[in-house]
Design a protein around this ligand. Structure first.
Ligand code: GSH
Length: 222
């Protein structure tokens, strides 16, 4: 198995956690997004969208973090990262999708770079942009968690699911950007519980061998 990763990639962070929870060994190929390695011809031939993460398993190449997580779940089902019941799986997928499809695309590095370089947005403007979408997203997730009929230790039940794998990286970035996360107590209690597990803690950007500080590289964040 080969996993194309970069320490600062939020989407790849989700997959790092899954590989560790499932005890899977993968050769880690570092693609330096800051150096622009994802725009090289060899990378484009793997993923024409020029984005991380990518997983190769035998003859199979999977792009996009959620399909990678679903692929791992189907091929390596233990321990399960989706609930056993249909309604539970639908809830977890909806929660994960809210982060992957609605929140993350608005605040990725390429969006902030575009705002700065093409629109001429200041660092303060980009900080405001980021803060607006993180608050809208986390507010909705906090409400989803608060409305659960049977609250567990994690987002759904008492073991981590894809919902937690998507939540932790998203809040990691918000914390690094100095956001006040006190309005989201349920979210942050779950994140703290996740971070106690080695699979989550060891997947954090600063624990990756390629880690280096990105502070100040793009106005409004890394
Ligand atoms: N929806 C995609 C998002 C992937 C994504 O945004 N990847 C970022 C890193 S987190 C990337 O490769 N960005 C390339 C760039 O900044 O140009 C997924 O979930 O995998």
């Amino acid at each position: 198995m080969k996993f194309y990763d970069f320490h600062m990639s939020n989407a790849a962070y989700r997959v790092r956690i899954a590989l560790r929870l499932k005890g899977l060994e993968a050769e880690r190929v570092v693609v330096d997004l800051v150096a622009g390695e994802h725009r090289s011809a060899w990378f484009e031939s793997l993923n024409p969208q020029r984005m991380l993460p990518i997983l190769e398993d035998g003859g199979v190449t999977v792009v996009q973090s959620l399909p990678i997580l679903e692929y791992l779940e189907e091929v390596y089902p233990e321990p399960p990262l989706l609930p056993a019941d249909t309604a539970g799986r639908a809830w977890v997928r909806g929660f994960a999708q809210s982060i992957v499809s609605d929140m993350h695309p608005l605040m990725g590095r390429r969006v902030r770079r575009y705002l700065a370089e093409r629109i001429g947005a200041s660092a303060a403007d980009i900080g405001d942009w980021y803060g607006n979408w993180i608050a809208a997203g986390l507010g909705g997730l906090e409400d989803m968690l608060a409305a659960r009929e049977e609250p567990g230790a994690f987002c759904h039940g008492d073991s981590p699911t894809l919902a937690d794998l998507c939540l932790v990286p998203q809040t990691y970035n918000a914390r690094r950007f100095g956001r006040d996360l006190s309005p989201y107590p349920t979210v942050m209690a779950i994140v703290a519980r996740c971070d106690e597990l080695p699979a989550f803690a060891d997947s954090a950007p600063e624990r990756q061998p390629d880690w280096r500080s990105m502070e100040g590289m793009i106005p409004g964040g890394r």
